[in-house]
Design a protein around this ligand. Sequence first.
Ligand code: DAT
Ligand code: MG
Length: 139
Amino acid sequence: MSSEQTLILVKPDGVKRGLVGEVIARIERKGYVVTNLKMLTADRTILAKHYAEHEGKPFYEPLMEFMASGPIVAMVAQGERVIEGFRKMAGATDPTVAEAGTIRGDLARDMGTKVVQNIVHGSDSPESAAREIKIFFGN
Ligand code: DAT
Ligand code: MG
């Protein structure tokens, strides 16, 4: 498997809690290289593209609202198998069951909200990564 890129987001909960540095530090300590990075407040247009696969699901509207609720940090990380590697580092979607040692397992918990708040997003496949990097950083 050759070197690849993934799209990572520190979500509004992560930014609000001051965990941007913690997330980047973990990515860098693992040995992945951050090749692009910016802070933005995502609007509905960008979020609708990013989360198109979830349209119509019960948590879709809460997800859109949550993701637009404050600044996020978008970055591209690069390395051999970084897509799989970062998903492993992020841990399970549900922070209550995410393994200790993962970002979500160590830093997030169930907040009783309609949408799960879990600090980070990471692309789940090479196709998603290419699509998502384009959404946040263009070509
Ligand atoms: P992941 O972020 O682990 O790839 P996903 O793509 O299935 O998970 O969902 C996107 C986000 O939506 C996820 O990070 C948290 C939220 N979410 C997913 N499934 C949910 C559910 N059943 N109830 C509430 N929020 C959910
Ligand atoms: Mg996903």
